[in-house]
Design a protein around this ligand. Structure first.
Ligand code: ATP
Length: 236
């Protein structure tokens, strides 16, 4: 579904990604893991067209998308739920959701998509008139994911969805991610909660200083001695 081939990205003189290559298959959950500053967010931003790679190619559902505008890429079926959620705190839950259906393709289907999102997140229906800023952190993350789904993506990218959430809420969040996958949404997840991410991922890619240093099945990486030594202790 998504094929990232040998992309190189720099911020001015500082190269942030080096020959990054990976693939995400339809209906998979894939994770990119790694420490702070490894290049995970840069990878997602490049896929969405917010950053233009110096070289390399990105293909999505058979179309080449690197160099295209973000709104074109969203219209093709990729959505990003950014780190920090970026909700409109003074708007209601419903208004935030409606803003997610801004693309040409999504707008005509807004009522139908809204019903689908509220079926996945019944709590958002209950709280639809509440201001986003008054929700708990976990609920805000659900809303941010719901808003991402309003663009009807085929591929949903989540940047650090569990950041700052209590362990029980994180558990719920990963159940929701699994549920989305059951609804045929393909997921590309950036996470520092490596244990949870690997547990639900078909494939995972480990990034270090702008490079993919390891790739494999989530279940294999979970028991990988090097991964355990390098990341689990620090990041859990
Ligand atoms: P984090 O979890 O901290 O967000 P990350 O793995 O997502 O880490 P990136 O945010 O992609 O990493 O950063 C990769 C590298 O690019 C880092 O060295 C970072 O300092 C640098 N970088 C990121 N954004 C910018 C920017 N806007 N301008 C300059 N350098 C940047």
């Amino acid at each position: 579904m998504l094929s990232v081939h040998s992309i190189n990205v720099a911020y001015g003189d500082a190269q942030a990604l080096w020959d990054v290559t990976f693939h995400v298959g339809e209906n998979e959950i894939c994770s990119i893991i790694g420490a702070n500053g490894a290049g995970k967010t840069t990878t997602l931003s490049t896929i969405l067209g917010m950053i233009r790679p110096l070289s390399g190619e990105i293909h999505f559902l058979g179309s080449r998308i690197d160099g295209k505008h973000p709104h074109t890429i969203v219209d093709l079926g990729i959505s990003l739920v950014p780190e920090g959620r970026r909700l409109f705190s003074k708007l209601t839950v419903l208004e935030n959701l409606e803003l997610g259906a801004f693309t040409k393709k999504a707008r005509p289907q807004i009522e139908k998509t809204l019903a689908w999102v509220m079926e996945i997140f019944p709590i958002l229906k209950e709280r639809k008139n509440q201001l986003a800023g008054s929700l708990s952190g976990g609920m805000q993350q659900m809303l941010a994911i719901g808003r991402g789904l309003m663009a009807k993506p085929k591929l949903l990218m989540l940047d650090e969805p569990s950041l700052g959430l209590a362990p029980l809420v994180v558990k719920m969040l990963f159940e929701v991610i699994q549920k989305l996958n059951d609804h045929h949404v393909t997921l590309l997840l950036v996470e520092q909660n490596i244990h949870q991410a690997l547990k639900i991922s078909h494939l995972a890619f480990v990034m270090k200083t702008g490079k993919i240093v390891l790739a494999g099945k989530g279940s294999d990486l979970m028991v990988d001695k090097e991964i355990k030594k390098a990341y689990m202790g620090i990041l859990e």
